[in-house]
Design a protein around this ligand. Structure first.
Ligand SMILES: [Zn+2]
Length: 234
């Protein structure tokens, strides 16, 4: 059984050797990081996800957004991400608007390419879910590094989304794990930013196993099955 780390940044771990039985999904968040994600994915022969994240929408000159999107299209990723809204980094109304504009373009892109969304939502989970619902987006999504409330988690699942659990415990995450079925959960590390490497995904597995009172093998099996379905991995 191959355990899938549904979200990490392998280009930031140039010396990392993927151990047998683990499949990390590498993710970009800006044009330069997307280019590096494609290189890392080729090197390791793993799936990759490309997108323009809200942090990038604030920091970078958006006049090149069209070119960035062309690169994503021709690279044929497994999903569009990480994309979404981040009100923690938005300092004013202008920042929020830039994030909204880019997020809408990313949803459009996912629709056009028939791909699901890997969502980055920080202090903005409700607004992200509203955007997805308003557009009637149907290709599926995962809430990467879930940091919403129990209500957000339940709503995401009702909308057909997955809730992805990082190796960091919190009250809301524990409540979400307790309330949701294993068929709605994914595990991830966001390495090297949160877990040091994708190996840390076993901490997410242990977290879920403990809360749901099931063995780790069951969590590995079910979350990997979910990830395979979401990213369409054979
Ligand atoms: Zn990330």
């Amino acid at each position: 059984m191959t355990l899938i780390d549904a979200h990490c940044h392998l280009d930031r771990l140039p010396k990392y050797v993927i151990p047998p039985g683990l499949l990390p999904i590498t993710v970009g968040y800006s044009h330069s990081s997307n280019q590096k994600a494609v290189e890392a994915a080729k090197k390791h022969n793993i799936p990759f996800v490309l997108g323009i994240a809200p942090q990038t929408a604030i920091k970078e000159d958006l006049s090149k957004l069209g070119e960035w999107i062309d690169f994503i299209k021709k690279s044929a990723p497994s999903a569009i991400g990480e994309v979404g809204l981040d009100y923690h980094w938005a300092e004013n109304e202008q920042d929020t608007q830039k994030e909204q504009v880019v997020f809408q373009r990313m949803i459009e892109l996912a629709e056009e390419m028939g791909l699901p969304l890997v969502i980055h939502a920080r202090e903005a989970t409700q607004d992200v879910l509203d955007s997805i619902q308003l557009r009637n987006f149907r290709n599926g999504f995962m809430l990467h590094f879930f940091s919403g409330t129990l209500h957000d988690a339940k709503r995401a699942v009702e909308m057909g989304g997955y809730v992805s659990i990082p190796p960091v415990r919190s009250k809301d995450r524990t409540a979400a794990i307790g309330a949701l079925g294993l068929e709605h959960l994914l595990v991830e590390t966001d390495a090297p930013y949160v877990g040091r490497t994708p190996d840390a995904v076993m901490d997410s597995v242990a977290y879920i196993a403990e809360i749901k009172k099931v063995d780790k093998e069951t969590v590995i099996e079910r979350t990997s099955q979910n990830a395979r379905a979401f990213f369409k991995i054979k």
